[in-house]
Structures are given as C-alpha cells and as structure tokens.
Design a protein around this ligand. Sequence first.
Ligand code: CP3
Length: 371
Amino acid sequence: MTTNFRFLQACRREPTDRTPVWFMRQAGRYMPEYRAIRARHSFLEMVKTPELAAEITLQPLRALPVDATIIYSDILPPLEGMGLRLTYEQGEGPVIHNPLCSLAEIEALAQPDPRETVAYTLDAIRLVKRELAGKLPLIGFCGAPFTLASYAIEGGGSREYRRTKQLMYREPAAWHTLMGKLATLVSDYALAQIAAGADAIQLFDSWAGALAPADYAEFVLPYVQQVVAAIRQRTTDHRTPTTDALQTQSSAANPRSSPPISYFGTDTCGRLGLLRQTGADVLGVDWRVPLDDAWAQIGPGYAIQGNLDPHTLFAPWPVLERRAADILERAAGRPGHIFNLGHGILTETPVEAVARLAEFVSAYSQSTVAR
Ligand code: CP3
C-alpha cells in the first residue's frame, strides 16, 4: 500500500498521475508555527525531543500540499557519538568545538551505533509514521561523508574548504580513515532510519561541488558508493525478521524492494556523469543547470529531483510561475521527475508563495503528464 505513493513511484521512475513535489527544509524558520516552538527551545533540544521533532516534521503538511515529508533533524548530530562537540550558535550556524586536525585525532574517533546515539531521531521517525498513518511517505536523511567531513575538519561552515582540502592532499591516510569511518556511520544510520520506518533516504552532500571532479572521483565518490551499496544490500536480501522495518506496511507488501536513495549536492553541473556512479536512484540538482540538460547528462536510468532556485520564491507570482512551468516543461512529463528546489527554503520565504507553488506544480503537471 505505502509503496504506491507518487513520490516513491517517481523515485523508481514509474509513471505517476502528476509530478510529486516536496521542499528541502520544508520545516523551518520561515513558518510562524515553527518559530513559536523555536522561541521556547534551542535547535538541539528540538531535534533531540522526539515529540517536538515529530510535531515540527508534520507542521508543513498542514500548510503545504506536498507529497512527502522529511524527518526534522540535522545532518550533524550523529557526529556527537564520534566524540565531536556540536553547538548551534545564533546567526552563525553549526560549530564543532574540537575540529579534526590529525590522523591521531581521527583514529581516536569512536565508531558509534546510531541506534543508541541518535535514538531520538529514530523515535521521532516512529512517532511521525504513527501520525501519518500511511497517508504520506517519510524521507529519512543523512549527511554524506564529504559534507560531514567538511564540518568536522573546518569546525563549522566554510567558503573555501581550505583545511578540508589540505588534509585531503597532505594526509591522505588521515583523509581515507575519516571517510571510511563516516561512510560506516552514514550507512548504519540510514539503515536504522529505514528500520524505524523511513520510506526513502536522502544523502545530503551539499558541499561536494567545492571539489574538482577528479578529486571528487578519487577522494569522495568511493565512499558514497560504499554507503549506497551498503544500504541497498542490507535492505534487499538480508532482512531478518527482527528489524522493525519488516513490520511496516511497505516492506510487508513488498519485502524485496529497497527504499529509494536520493543523492543531493549543489554546484554539481561539472560532474553530472560522475554522480551517476554513486548508484543512487534519484539525483538532486541545483538551479545552475537546466533540468533537461542535467537529465541528458545523467542519462535516462535515473530519477531527478529539482531544481528551482529558492530565491525565486521571493519573486512576484508571474515570475515564480514561469520558472516553475519552465522546469516542468523541461521534465516534459517523463517518469522520474520529483519537483523540489535546488537547495533548502530560505528563512524569510513567504509561506503563501511555497503553498501556491506546490499547488501550481500539482495542477500544471497533471496536464503535462496527461499529454
Ligand atoms: O529539510 C528539512 O526540512 C529537514 C530538516 C533539515 C535541517 N537541516 C534542519 C535545520 C535538513 C535536511 C538539514 C540538512 C542540513 N543541515 C544540511 C544539508 C542541506 C543543506 O541545506 O545544504 C546542512 C549543510 C546542514 C548544516 C546546518 N544546519 C546549517 C548550515 C545550519 C544553519 C543554517 C540555518 O538555517 O540556520 C543548520 C541549522 C538548521 N538545520 C536549521 C534547521 C531548521 C535552523 C535551526 C534553527 O531553527 O535555528
């Protein structure tokens, strides 16, 4: 039953009645109901309290006609279990207080069991699944190894990734040890989310576009492949009746179908052919490339997610409408397009524009798909 959601069908490149739509960061500060909770709690309190995280996950569903929901969390909390100290500073974003500098520090990192160290998010997933009662699919997510490594090495966000690239070039043994540990963490965490009920997994490699394609191929791609292969292998053939995934309706109805995996990055137009080698089912692209060009480079065997510039949501409606229609025309009703932004919703975005956009995508694509 739950495998028939149009979002999951599109991930598998099956025909749908219309184009599914959801938005990265659809839960967040642009929503007044989110800000009301945020005024009383710190970000990490919200993420680590399953009831709050579940409630925030469901907030956008009441305001927006979207086809999927994404669990409210962040990519960085799983790093705490490795021994990294994480806080979120007002106006600054995430800060890691003991950033990694050396092989010795990387070797000393724990290899945590996310079922213990990120249990709060797994509990939130179970709560959301119960509330959704089979009405919409739930996307679980993880940061991909490179993007996690960049925060762990830089100690926060970065523009140049200087320390990250220096470690990669100067201390390849340290780099590969870190990426190996992160790949294990990410696949274990993704599998735990699937076991808790996530219907799909998105890997956020937001900053992988900072690398030259050759460096991406050598230092990053093998670890993404490792994560994708581990998730797929352990959800396809070797399910044991002890995982709670077996008890979910989707797996009971179709025990051999692996939940789809999306891989998202920004600034990836110079390496779309390489992204194909990740093995992901769905590739997320940003607005720097026209959707049909991206799809032609990626090839027909992949679903594609994107790719409206989130700033377009600040434009007058006729401009927003034209840009959204352009994306749908470029997708031309081919199975496997999931409408999304090219990056997350920005903080000041008007909620009405997001809702109107979701309605427009549904109505317009119904006619495009029918053609
Ligand atoms: O998409 C969703 O609705 C699910 C929730 C989600 C968040 N972060 C919530 C969040 C997801 C999928 C993420 C992923 C994430 N987090 C990424 C990858 C996606 C991307 O945007 O590139 C990255 C790089 C991060 C790291 C991160 N977390 C940054 C840079 C920041 C600060 C930016 C900001 O908006 O303040 C965060 C904090 C964060 N993550 C917030 C939210 C809602 C804001 C926290 C708050 O309420 O103050």
